[in-house]
Design a protein around this ligand. Structure first.
Ligand SMILES: *Cc1c(COP(=O)(O)O)cnc(C)c1O
Length: 224
């Protein structure tokens, strides 16, 4: 099946009010081009250097570009310059670095607060600290907090996944906003059931991920 066929099938299965973000990490620019031609409006990458190589030619102006990787503060400037939305603001120093970078670019950057709802996930703000972090993000003029992102637990137990997503939905209600980014290829149905407004889908659209690109310019510290 082609990328276009895979996307059409997914779009037909997902409720219309839910945004599909196509996660293109490790896939070539050609695959992104195919996805955009098929109607994809939002794309996401985990690594800023890979995204700069892929988007740097200026040919992908139309899709909204989301950063969904771990936010290193020393990459804040590059992230703010390359992406339209940053979904992975998970701590105060990341928010502060990103706010400074966005301000220096004269940008007001849409962001999501990344919540940790899974024991298998290293990053993300604990739900108990989320309201305080949201207040801190909102104190920065150059950041526009639009909601919450979270990665579900890696388990075959669907009730555990659903419970984690419901916890994220409750925290989202306390924080406010328009966007609840929950769900990936394997668990988006449960995420939508819990109230997700945005799913981040890689392999269902692009097929299995190729090995990560071998390049000395690509600093990839953890695999996915
Ligand atoms: C890779 C990734 C995805 C997409 O994963 P698939 O299982 O291929 O759909 C979604 N969200 C995040 C944060 C990711 O790192």
């Amino acid at each position: 099946m082609s990328v276009a066929e895979r996307y059409a099938q997914l779009r037909a299965a997902v409720p219309a009010h839910v945004t599909i973000v196509a996660v293109s990490k490790f896939h070539p620019a050609e695959a992104v081009r195919e996805a955009v031609a098929a109607g994809v409006t939002d794309v996401a990458e985990n690594y800023v250097q890979e995204a700069q190589r892929k988007f740097g030619q200026g040919e992908f102006v139309e899709p909204r570009k989301h950063f969904i990787g771990h936010m290193q503060t020393n990459k804040a400037k590059a992230i703010a310059a390359t992406f339209d939305v940053v979904q992975s603001v998970d701590r105060a120093d990341a928010a502060t670095a990103l706010a400074k970078a966005a301000a220096s670019l004269g940008k007001r950057l849409p962001v999501l607060l990344q919540l940790n709802i899974s024991p298998s996930e290293r990053f993300g703000c604990p739900p108990a600290d989320a309201v305080a972090l949201a207040q801190l993000i909102r104190s920065h003029e150059s950041l526009d907090l639009q909601g919450v992102m979270a990665i579900g637990p890696i388990t075959g137990d669907e009730s555990e996944i659903l419970a984690a997503f419901q916890q994220a939905a409750q925290t989202f209600e306390r924080i406010g906003g328009t966007t609840l980014s929950l769900g990936m290829s394997g668990d988006w149905r449960l995420a939508v059931q819990a109230g997700s407004t945005m799913i981040r889908v890689g392999s269902t659209i692009f097929g299995p991920r190729p090995a990560r690109p071998a390049s000395k310019n690509t600093a990839i510290h953890h695999s996915c």
